[in-house]
Design a protein. Structure first.
Length: 307
C-alpha cells in the first residue's frame, strides 16, 4: 500500500475507492475493504482507501476530544496489512466541511481519479450530511462515478461498528470488543514513575503513560492482559483506577503487574493487550485484604491466560 498525502502530488491511477475514519480497522472495516478490492479487481482498477488524519469534529469543535480506538500511527499500521493499493490521508478542513456531497464527489473524481465509489452501509458525507445514497447515485451518473452500496458485516443480528466496540470497552467487555475488532484492544506508551506502592505490597507494577492521549481507556477495574516488554510477551494483571485502599491521590493510573518479569522498565516502551475484565476496582478494609485479593487475581489471570 502507498500512503498519499497533500505533499505526495503523485498522479494516481484510476481507482475504486471508499471513504471513512476507519477507527479501529475492525472486522467490519476489513469486510468493507475486501469489497473495495473485489470491485477494483473486477474492473481492472486500483483499490483506494480515503481517510482523515484528524477527526472531522476536531476541526469543527476545537474543544472536542475523540476517544479513538486507534490513533493515526496505529491506524496506518493496521491499514497497511489490508493490501489495498492506495491510502489517501485527506486533511479535513473547514473549507472541505462546507462542500456539498456532489462537490465532494467531484473532488474525488478530479483530484484522486476515483471511477467508482463504494459507500459504507451507514456512511454519509457532504455539508451537514443531509444527503443519502440515492443522491450519491444521481451525482455519480452526472460526474461519471459508479456508486456501489457496500454490505455491512452482521453477526448474530449485530452490525459491527466502531461505536459498538467503543461502548463495549467503556462497559469493560474487552472480550466481546476483541471479537468484533479481530484482535486484542491495546494501549501502548512509556513506563513512567508511579507511587511505588505495588512494590511494597509484593506486586511491583509498571505505570503506563499512553502514547496517544486521545485513545480510549477502557472502564476502570482489573483486567487480564498480555504485556509486551523487551521483545517478550508476559501475562499481566492490569488496574485502571485511583487506588482507593492506599489513598494516595485522585489521579487515574494505568498500572500493570507483569507476571514473571524481573527488571526495570522505567522509561521503556510497553504495550498491553486487554483479554478479559475481572472485577471493578474497590476499597478494601486494609492492606492485608488488598494483598489477598491481588494474589487471587494473579492466580485467576495465570490460569485464564494459560487456558
Amino acid at each position: 500500500m502507498r500512503f498519499i498525502t497533500e505533499e505526495s502530488r503523485l498522479p494516481l491511477l484510476p481507482c475504486v475507492a471508499t471513504i471513512g475514519c476507519f477507527d479501529g480497522v475492525h472486522r467490519g472495516h476489513r469486510y468493507l475493504i475486501e469489497q473495495v478490492r473485489r470491485e477494483a479487481r473486477a474492473r481492472g482498477l486500483q483499490s483506494t482507501l480515503i481517510t482523515f488524519p484528524v477527526h472531522p469534529r476536531q476541526v469543527m469543535q476545537s474543544d472536542y476530544r475523540p476517544q479513538w480506538l486507534t490513533c493515526l500511527p496505529q491506524k496506518k499500521d493496521l491499514l497497511q496489512q489490508e493490501d489495498a493499493d492506495y491510502c489517501i490521508l485527506l486533511p479535513f478542513t473547514h473549507k472541505l466541511s462546507l462542500l456539498s456531497a456532489r462537490r465532494f464527489m467531484e473532488l474525488l473524481h478530479v483530484r484522486f481519479n476515483v471511477q467508482a465509489l463504494v459507500i459504507g452501509y451507514d456512511h454519509r458525507f457532504g455539508h451537514n450530511r443531509s444527503e443519502g445514497f440515492d443522491d450519491y447515485c444521481r451525482y455519480g451518473k452526472e460526474l461519471g462515478i459508479e456508486v456501489i452500496h457496500a454490505q455491512a458485516l452482521v453477526e448474530n443480528g449485530v452490525s459491527i461498528s466502531s461505536s459498538l466496540i467503543r461502548n463495549l470497552l467503556k462497559q469493560g467487555d474487552a472480550a466481546r470488543a476483541n471479537r468484533y475488532l479481530g484482535y486484542r484492544y491495546y494501549l501502548d506508551g512509556k513506563v513512567v514513575s508511579g507511587y511505588q506502592v505495588g512494590r511494597k505490597l509484593g506486586f511491583p507494577t509498571a505505570n503506563l503513560q499512553p502514547s496517544c492521549t486521545d485513545k480510549l481507556v477502557p472502564k476502570e477495574g482489573v483486567y487480564a492482559v498480555y504485556a509486551y516488554a523487551e521483545g517478550k510477551r508476559y501475562a499481566g494483571m492490569l488496574n485502571i483506577g485511583h487506588r482507593p485502599t492506599v489513598d494516595n491521590g485522585t489521579e487515574r493510573s494505568i498500572e500493570v503487574h507483569i507476571i514473571g518479569f524481573e527488571g526495570n522498565l522505567y522509561q521503556h516502551s510497553l504495550r498491553v493487550e486487554f483479554v478479559q475484565y475481572l472485577r471493578p476496582e474497590q476499597k478494601f478494609e486494609g492492606i492485608e485484604a488488598l494483598i489477598a485479593q491481588l494474589q487471587r487475581d494473579k492466580e485467576t489471570i495465570a490460569r485464564l491466560l494459560k487456558e
